[in-house]
Design a protein around this ligand. Structure first.
Ligand SMILES: Cc1ncc(COP(=O)(O)O)c(C=O)c1O
Length: 438
């Protein structure tokens, strides 16, 4: 796919309204709770909106299951991470059952699978990540490398450096298979990249990179946090064996909702995660003296799952399954294309630049724009004109379309208000709030 011309005049609100009128996903918006109908919420890639069905499912769980069944509920709650994992895999990962668990956090799952992969190749001692990767991925791999005495290569795609940094010139942080090939050797055990970069929104070559890393005899672990639920990850088509991701972004499952991990069936026997919890024990309730890993994906579970969290995951991923990940990806592509057309038409004259690939299949559901005053503009968007983006150091504002709850008109209105803010200069002097969160 190459860069398409935006269909229609992006500067007219009627264009966005026409897109909504013909949007096959338009009806899903009414299935979400919108506390302020005037707000343009363009941060669904950070925390997704609340589905109405989740309110009911969680409340029903609390009273009719936890409240009434008490400990007896475990007889049918116990394998919920696998049931929800299968649903998530069918709805968003393009792969079959028995390979996905909804459990723990992305960070814990990343640690688990990274070490399992490294331990499976004891004769190799190099691990690779990129400097534009999400901090938790970089810090966890740094910790593992230090503890195990491994050589860490940080592909420096954004100039921020890091341990073992090697400069790599790429556009918008987007890594290709050819870029990776130069660093692969028979000493590399593991490569960790994001399926959609958290900041630039770039989508690397999932299939080609996976193939190159596997050909070199190493493991490829994808962090799909910003990709899951917004693009068709096609794990089977892309040959993806190991992956983790969260459910609270495009998965709309709530703050801190359980994350997921994926281990392809063919690897499940070979890999052993470092946290040998009791949920991975074959005969779990015999509570015997020695650990003997359960067969199948349960061998990768650590501990008691959050059932209330899983209920929220279930309602959201049932919606995604109904909508169809192909239609969701198509809306994300068109919505981000509308954003890019408006950056060009309205924002560029104010010194705003685009930090995201223009080719639709090189990105996901969010873009970043850069401006020297990004921090105060992002703040003013929230405080003065009721638009919710987020800010990423040092000069980036992230803006997303979450295809189920967000309309094209909401995107258009958000950009119109941003244009007004830049034109008025009212963002100068907006006082920051006392929060650690940007
Ligand atoms: C790409 C990516 N990976 C990992 C995480 C961390 O997830 P958690 O804090 O749920 O472990 C995030 C959080 O936003 C993320 O964006």
């Amino acid at each position: 796919m190459t860069q398409d011309l935006f269909p229609g005049d992006p500067t007219l609100r009627s264009t966005a309204q026409a897109l909504d009128a013909s949007d096959p996903l338009a009806s899903f918006r009414a299935e979400f709770y919108h506390s302020d109908p005037q707000q343009c919420y363009l941060d669904g890639n950070s925390l997704g909106k609340l589905p109405l069905a989740t309110m009911e499912a969680v409340s029903k769980f609390v009273t009719e299951e936890w409240g009434s069944q008490l400990v007896g509920g475990w007889s049918h709650w116990i394998d919920q991470p696998q049931v929800a994992g299968d649903l998530l895999a069918t709805a968003t990962l393009g792969t079959g059952p028995g390979q996905t668990l909804v459990c723990d956090t992305t960070s814990v799952n990343l640690y688990q699978l990274a070490l399992a992969a490294i331990d499976a190749l004891p004769e190799r001692s190099t691990v690779i990540i990129d400097s534009a990767n999400f901090p938790t991925d970089r810090y966890i791999l740094q910790g593992i490398a230090k503890a195990r005495g491994l050589t860490l290569i940080t592909l420096d795609t954004d100039g921020s450096g890091g341990p073992g940094a090697l400069s790599l010139e790429v556009e918008d942080e987007r890594i290709t298979a050819a870029d990776i090939a130069a660093y692969l050797s028979d000493d590399v055990a593991l490569v960790i990249l994001q399926a959609i970069n958290y900041r630039s929104g770039a989508r690397p070559e999932l299939g080609a990179i996976t193939a190159a890393v596997k050909k070199a005899g190493a493991y490829m672990l994808w962090d799909c946090s910003h990709a899951g639920g917004v693009i068709d990850l096609d794990f089977d088509g892309n040959g993806i064996d190991l992956a983790v991701g969260c459910t609270y972004k495009y998965g709309n499952s709530g703050p801190g909702s359980p994350a997921w991990l994926f281990v392809r069936t063919a690897l499940q026997k070979k890999l052993q995660v470092p946290i040998q919890g009791w949920f991975a024990q074959g005969e779990q309730f015999e509570m015997g003296p020695d650990f003997e890993k359960a067969s199948g994906i349960r061998g990768f579970q650590t501990a008691t799952p959050s059932i209330v969290g899983i209920r929220a995951v279930e309602t959201s991923y049932e919606m995604i399954e109904r909508a169809g990940i192909g239609r969701i990806e198509a809306k994300a592509a068109l919505g981000t294309q509308l954003m890019i057309a408006l950056v060009d038409a309205w924002l560029a004259p104010f010194g705003v630049t685009l930090g995201t690939p223009r080719q639709p299949d090189h990105r996901g559901g969010h873009i970043i724009i850069r401006h020297p005053d990004a921090a105060s503009i992002a703040l003013a968007l929230r405080k003065l004109v009721n638009v919710v983006p987020d800010y990423r150091q040092p000069d980036a504002i992230r803006l997303a379309i979450s295809p189920l709850p967000t309309s094209y008109t909401e995107v258009w209105d958000g950009f119109d208000r941003l244009r007004g803010l830049l034109a008025s200069g009212d963002y100068h002097g907006v006082e920051p709030e006392s929060s650690r969160v940007t």
